[in-house]
Design a protein around this ligand. Structure first.
Ligand code: HEM
Length: 447
């Protein structure tokens, strides 16, 4: 990963964590689902704080750092990262304000919805163009980078649907195409975002990160290509099939069933590849991040099983909130937090000690963290996420809020561990700052 450190990756992570904590605190206060309906404006505020503010910002930050590593070529335009950050943050704030206006918590300034959507679309266009051009210039793409390319297509689809929804809510026109898209295409928007953009990209990046962090040989290209093909079909069935169904005025059932079948095949093949990576690893003793990633995989497996049971018993509509919660917290948030616990110390180590390597004694990456102390926060996070899912299923809103309060404590705990790593607090004093090394700044990487 060497000298190519991205200046803004840590800033994206910091903003992402701030959005996560803000959303969690609102949930503890009883804002949005389950106290409000799943499609209520308050719930949309929460959903987008988490999906855009937390998960998407963290993913963008990680991709700016890792795409150049995946394709061994510098990012197309480092200078576009900060403007994208500003557009995404301003767009999200405007969109959330628009949802609050929609719910009557603010004056009825519904123009905020298309305004926020436009800023968000511009921000993601900058992100997708930057990463997409980097990938385009690196063809033929290595396996993991192809997943990122697919994820970028998915985020474009998510944004396109989101933009249409925002227009339809701003100027309702019953019977028009935009209104029928709003009435029927929300599942396509959610699948493109959660499964296409976030999960497919996470799968691609994890192939590389797991083999890098566990010193395991890369998975055979043919095997990961199969996973890629199934994910492409999953996305195609949901987005293209779903859009055609909406245009011809048909229900989404067929498209969603096809998409779910391809999604299952994707995850089955991916699970086989991940098991192989763990089995063939040379680093026998797992570090905390790779142990916790297993817990996020377990959450994904549990979500698949839960989704199947709910679909077979015809109770998916009644419990879709609990299912999405498990995917968003147990799987995606758990996975990202576990990886941040490795990536932040790793980047901090490169930033601080890279320039003096070979000139002075330096600590190991592992010396920047205290795994024993951090373990409890991750255990709390996952246990409370699973408990919160169960409490949602059981219809216990108060119990759910208590579980989220535990998640808040756990998130603060993990945040504090990341800040300690940035500040080199756990590095023994004699090694902390060798001559010539500069202490890292908290929010911006020195490049
Ligand atoms: C330009 C950016 C976006 C805009 C303008 C937008 C807008 C919207 C709107 C207006 C709805 C509600 C539709 C309705 O009235 O039922 C919605 C629902 C939803 N969006 Fe987005 N969205 C955006 C990006 C995203 C992203 C990136 C994700 C996920 C990664 C996402 C996930 C969801 C989910 C899961 C729902 C369903 C929520 C529920 O029914 O409670 N959105 N979005």
């Amino acid at each position: 990963m060497g000298g190519n450190l991205c200046k803004w990756t840590i800033s994206y992570f910091a903003a992402a964590l701030a959005w996560l904590i803000a959303a969690e605190v609102l949930m503890v206060a009883g804002f949005g689902f389950p106290s409000a309906d799943i499609a209520a404006p308050d719930t949309l505020v929460l959903v987008h704080m988490i999906c855009l503010g937390w998960l998407s910002m963290a993913m963008c930050g990680a991709l700016f750092q890792f795409v150049p590593v995946l394709v061994s070529r510098p990012l197309h335009a480092e200078g576009w990262i900060l403007p994208a950050f500003v557009l995404l943050s301003a767009g999200l704030i405007a969109l959330l304000a628009g949802f609050l206006a929609l719910g009557g918590r603010m004056p009825p300034w519904l123009w905020l919805l298309p305004f926020g959507a436009t800023l968000l679309i511009a921000g993601f266009a900058l992100v997708a163009a930057n990463l997409g051009l980097t990938l385009w210039q690196s063809r033929p793409l290595p396996a993991s980078a192809r997943f990122v390319a697919l994820g970028l297509l998915a985020v474009c689809a998510t944004m396109a649907f989101g933009g249409i929804f925002a227009l339809a809510l701003f100027e309702p026109a019953p019977g028009s195409l935009v209104s029928s898209v709003l009435a029927s295409a929300v599942p396509i928007h959610a699948i493109a975002g959660l499964a296409g953009w976030l999960t497919v990209t996470a799968i691609g990046v994890s192939y590389r990160l797991l083999s890098m962090f566990m010193l395991a040989p890369d998975v055979d290209a043919g095997k990961s290509r199969l996973v890629w093909l199934f994910s492409a079909f999953m996305l195609g069935a949901a987005v293209i099939g779903g859009a055609v169904a909406v245009l011809v005025g048909q229900g989404l059932d067929l498209a969603l069933m096809l998409s779910a079948a391809c999604g299952l095949a994707t995850l089955a093949c991916y699970a086989r590849d991940v098991a192989e990576l763990y089995r063939k690893r040379k680093r026998r003793k797992l570090e905390l991040n790779t142990r916790m990633v297993v817990w996020s995989f377990a959450s994904l497996g549990a979500a698949v099983a839960l989704g199947a049971v709910l679909a077979i018993t015809g109770s998916l509509a009644a419990h879709v909130g609990a299912l999405v919660f498990l995917i968003v917290f147990g799987w995606l948030s758990g996975l990202i937090l576990a990886n941040l616990y490795k990536i932040v110390p790793f980047l901090t180590w490169l930033e601080t000690y890279g320039p003096v390597m070979g000139k002075a004694p330096t600590p190991r990456v592992h010396d920047l963290v205290a795994e024993r102390r951090a373990t409890k926060w991750f255990v709390m996070f996952f246990a409370a996420s699973w408990a919160a899912t169960a409490l949602l299923m059981l219809g216990q809103p108060l119990g759910f809020r208590i579980a989220i309060a535990v998640i808040v404590v756990a998130t603060f705990g993990i945040l504090q561990e990341l800040i300690r790593a940035r500040r080199l607090t756990d590095v023994a004093a004699p090694l902390r700052l060798p001559a010539g090394a500069l202490a890292p700044r908290l929010l911006i990487t020195r490049t």
